[in-house]
Write a protein that binds this ligand. Structure first.
Ligand code: UD1
Length: 429
């Protein structure tokens, strides 16, 4: 069994370099399917979700040259199948971007329904609506999504009923090579939506308005890469280290980040009493006292990100006063609060609201990662708790954080990654 062991408490101090954005990379990798020829990507995070995406692309016929841990050249010219393996695609949510990308080039596409973190129902009605508006036929059957087209997709107006990152990205992917103009309204404005549009535009796509409510796309015939593309830094990884710095009363410089993307997190940390210094591509977070209480409501960007909610809850767990979190994106995102309660946190979570009464201290306990971001929250809780905290189910964490143990260790944490099976294997060898 894999686990992370944290011996707390500690005060984090030093510098940490943020990796490329997972949520941008999982959209850009399938987008490479739209390109003629090779595609050179830099700053790709070396995390298990991305390695799983490489495996899917290779299973479809892609040739990937792994230049370094964070740099690849992908050649999709031999991809001649758009039927993706259920086993590979059912593992994670972002495999549904294959639908939009493959529909741009192929007549028949098949992938599994989205998997990934268990945060609640994951409807894809808005994705389907977008594909149908562009002329595709979509059927959901036996755990798979089957999409087909008889001709090249045709541009149209698409109004999304809910602000959805996934549907916005899938609509962009499908409309990029469509015939004519597409207008997508009520779009998600997340940084990774903008990064995808920048990536596609750098290869000849005509996408305007990414980062606003309305995206206008004029379909083009082909995309070709002229120079390599570097993926933006990960907003949520940066935010996780910012919260960890504040929770441990530390002093950490977060490097290779985009401070603008972190504003909703920065403003809450200031409310909590942290001092924040912003550079061009760095943020310094310093905290000297116990956090003050604050409240958050998760919202689409530029609101407070749902993916930072569990980490912020740890900060509130030790705050002076009572904080409230309202989760408006995912219905089942408070399961992790039971784990924090094992460590002494006083949290009452019902429906979409959690009320957190700050306690003086957290104590060690064996805890489980319910999902990717909840897992990161458990690690932060371990950093502030007295004694040895064992975090289990860390496969979730490894899906989205590159070298998380090494990065915390460099900041002075007493933290270890243990793989019992590998240890057993060594003993038997
Ligand atoms: C969402 C988050 C994203 C986060 C990710 C993983 C938002 C807007 N999106 O992205 O920041 O990284 O979870 O935690 O904060 N929905 C529908 N029909 C659809 C698609 C979505 O009703 O076809 C609903 C979902 O149930 C959800 C909301 O829209 O309540 C947002 O979903 P969406 O943005 O698509 O989810 P992700 O792309 O996974």
């Amino acid at each position: 069994m894999k686990k992370i062991i944290v011996n707390g408490p500690c005060k984090l101090k030093g510098e940490v370099i943020i990796s490329g954005a997972k949520n941008a990379a999982v959209a850009i990798l399938p987008a490479t399917l739209l390109i003629n020829g090779k595609c050179h990507l830099e700053n790709v995070p070396n995390i298990s979700d991305i390695r799983a995406y490489y495996e899917i692309l290779e299973s479809l016929g892609a040739k990937i040259d792994y230049i370094s841990d964070n740099e690849v050249i992908i050649d999709n010219s031999n991809v001649n199948s758009a039927i993706a393996s259920y086993e590979l695609t059912s593992k994670f949510r972002a495999s549904y971007y294959l639908l939009g990308a493959l529909l741009g080039k192929f007549d028949k596409v098949q992938i599994s329904l989205p998997g990934g973190c268990n945060l609640g129902a994951r409807p894809i009605d808005q994705h389907i609506k977008a594909f149908e508006k562009l002329g595709a036929t979509v059927e959901v059957k036996n755990g798979n999504v089957y999409a087909s087209r008889t001709n090249r997709l045709k541009g149209n107006n698409i109004f999304l009923d809910v602000v959805s990152v996934g549907a916005t990205i899938n609509a962009i992917l499908a409309a990029t090579l469509a015939d004519g103009n597409t207008i997508i309204e009520n779009c998600a404005k997340e940084p990774h939506v903008v990064d995808l549009a920048n990536f596609l535009n750098s290869m000849g796509a005509n996408i305007k308005g990414a980062g606003t409510d309305t995206i206008k796309i004029t379909g083009v015939d082909t995309l070709t890469q002229k120079s390599s593309y570097s993926i933006i830094p990960d907003q949520i990884e940066a935010g996780t280290f910012m919260v960890a710095a504040a929770a441990t009363c530390g002093d950490v410089v977060i490097k290779n980040c985009i401070p603008k993307h972190l504003e909703p997190i920065t403003s809450k940390l200031i409310e909590a009493g942290a001092s924040i210094e912003e550079g061009n591509s760095s943020i310094r977070v310093k905290m000297s006292d116990r956090p003050k209480a604050f409240s958050i409501k998760t919202m689409p960007y530029p609101g407070f990100p749902t993916d930072m909610q569990p980490q912020m809850c740890v900060l509130l767990a030790i705050c002076n006063g009572t904080g409230i979190i309202v989760e408006s994106i995912w219905e089942s995102r408070f399961q992790y609060t039971d784990e924090l309660a094992k460590m002494g946190a006083d949290i009452s979570a019902h429906g979409s609201t959690a009320i957190i009464k700050g306690v003086d201290k957290l104590y060690n306990a064996p805890v489980y990662s319910h999902d990717l971001r909840a897992g990161a929250a458990m690690v932060i809780a371990g950093l502030i708790a007295e004694g040895k905290t064992e975090v289990y189910n860390i496969e979730h964490i490894l899906r989205g954080y590159e070298n998380i143990v090494e990065k915390f260790k460099k900041l002075g944490a007493n933290i270890e990654y243990i793989d019992d099976e590998a240890l057993q294997g060594d003993k038997n060898a």
